[in-house]
Write a protein that binds this ligand. Structure first.
Ligand code: SF4
Ligand code: SF4
Length: 71
């Protein structure tokens, strides 16, 4: 089974500010001991808000590239 499309969180860049947890409109992301993680992955709408708000550039919505290529 394919993985559900989710933004990628690079915990090496993340400073645990919690912005992604606060701003996620579907509360998909929660803060764990290692940093943010997808507690409710199926609720993620891939809106890319977390990518936008992350001050560290630690979140990447890779599938955006696919949408950009549509023409
Ligand atoms: S892409 Fe949107 S819904 Fe998914 S985790 Fe990020 S902010 Fe939440
Ligand atoms: S917004 Fe970025 S730096 Fe802040 S907790 Fe989320 S992933 Fe980490």
């Amino acid at each position: 089974m394919e993985n559900w499309a989710l933004p990628e969180i690079n915990l090496d860049l993340c400073d645990r500010c919690g912005d992604c947890v606060e701003k996620c409109p579907t509360q998909s992301v929660e803060m764990g001991p290692q940093g943010p993680f997808f507690a409710r992955a199926l609720d993620c709408t891939y809106c890319a808000v977390c990518e936008t708000v992350c001050p560290q550039g630690a979140i990447t919505c890779a599938y955006e590239i696919v949408w950009d290529m549509e023409d």
